[in-house]
Ligand binder design. Structure first.
Ligand code: COI
Length: 354
């Protein structure tokens, strides 16, 4: 068991479960660990608190900072639940390796998350589609000005009650000028810089009236990669297509769940390259019926428009069938109302609570 110090000033009573802005409300506790002299140490669950950080902290200068996003939900019988936590542990470690940071033992990650969620279970919003969003983050902690991998790191897991990330279907701009990631770059890692680099093009797209960007490949600017901070799917001639991950696309865990659920349910799914021109042609001949994004925060969100050069491709989300089906499937796995034939969900029992 990880040592626990409980807060004496819970903020839970100030939470309005019917009105939770995404990303602004934090639960009472956090998991904390430090890496020094080649080992993880000082592991603790303690009241959420500010950190004292030296201005020379390497993460701030050279960007050694990675994160994850995962969700804890409430089973219809009231127990807290996790879905595929080991996948998040593995992806965090893959990001760590790419960013030259130490890995964190997978079983310790699952234990930390389970214990934190058990302690914070009263913070899990009960509504379907809502969740306790878990945000593991690891960043460099050396006080040093010079470019090299840090020797010390801090690892934190925060928890935030959240409702849906997006509430309405999205308008995407297929981006021709700026890129998110190139082959051989860091696109597959959940590292801070990938998100920092996306902000300027996103801001420009927002100024043009779009909600998010449809990222195209760095070299030819024609292959579809991602949608904003999500993976992307489209349905053409009843085949569900998502770009194959090739090093520059994030290996979404929701993406993987969607592929597995749809395959098991008898849908035809394909991971392959698809160009923006393919999408426009399919829209023109009527074979394109859905586009949707997927991610931990967003789960599944419909796309109603894609702008590319002088073309605007429009879709009617009210006619989508596969996106709402798979969203409901995931939400129902997360609240236990759907049988979990994949063995992805874990109910946390009171024995793990403190
Ligand atoms: C997630 O879907 O959990 C993400 O990491 C996207 C995020 C930047 C909100």
């Amino acid at each position: 068991m990880i040592p626990v110090t409980l807060t004496t000033h819970s903020r839970l009573s100030s939470l309005d479960f019917d009105d939770i802005p995404f990303g602004k409300v934090f639960s009472d506790h956090m998991f904390y660990a430090e890496y020094n002299n080649g080992t993880w140490q000082k592991m603790e669950i303690k009241p959420l608190q500010k950190l004292e950080i030296h201005p020379s902290n390497l993460a701030w200068h050279y960007g050694q900072s990675i994160f994850e996003g995962m969700k804890a939900t409430k089973h219809i019988d009231g127990s807290p639940m996790l879905m595929r936590p080991e996948m998040h542990a593995q992806r965090m470690n893959a990001s760590a390796e790419r960013m030259c940071m130490p890995t964190f033992p997978e079983e310790m990650f699952v234990e930390a998350v389970s214990q934190l969620v058990s302690i914070e279970s009263a913070w899990i919003p009960p509504a379907k589609g809502s969740a306790l969003y878990l945000r593991p983050i690891m960043f460099a902690a050396d006080e040093f000005i010079g470019v090299r991998p840090s020797e010390k790191y801090i690892y934190i897991i925060m928890a935030l009650p959240v409702g849906p990330y997006y509430s309405t279907p999205l308008r995407l701009k297929a981006e021709e000028t700026y890129i998110r990631a190139a082959d051989g770059g860091t696109g597959e890692a959940k590292t801070a810089g990938n998100y920092a680099g996306s902000l300027y093009p996103w801001q420009k797209a927002k100024d043009e009236g779009y909600d998010q960007i449809m990222w195209l490949d760095a070299k030819e600017k024609k292959y579809i990669q991602e949608a904003g901070t999500m993976n992307i799917f489209c349905v053409i001639n009843d085949v569900v297509i998502t770009p194959k991950t090739s090093g520059s696309i994030l290996k979404g865990i929701t993406r993987d769940s969607i592929l597995k659920i749809l395959s098991a349910e008898g849908y035809q799914v394909e991971e392959r390259e698809i160009t923006i021109d393919d999408l426009i042609a399919a829209s023109n001949d009527g074979s394109l019926t859905e586009i949707f994004g997927s991610g931990t925060a967003a789960v599944v969100i419909h796309v109603k428009e894609v702008g590319y050069q002088d073309t605007t491709l429009t879709l009617d989300p009210d006619t989508f069938k596969i996106a709402p089906f798979v969203k409901n499937y995931i939400d129902s796995l997360r609240d236990g109302s759907m049988e979990d034939k994949f063995g992805w969900t874990t109910k946390l029992t009171q024995s793990t609570a403190v």
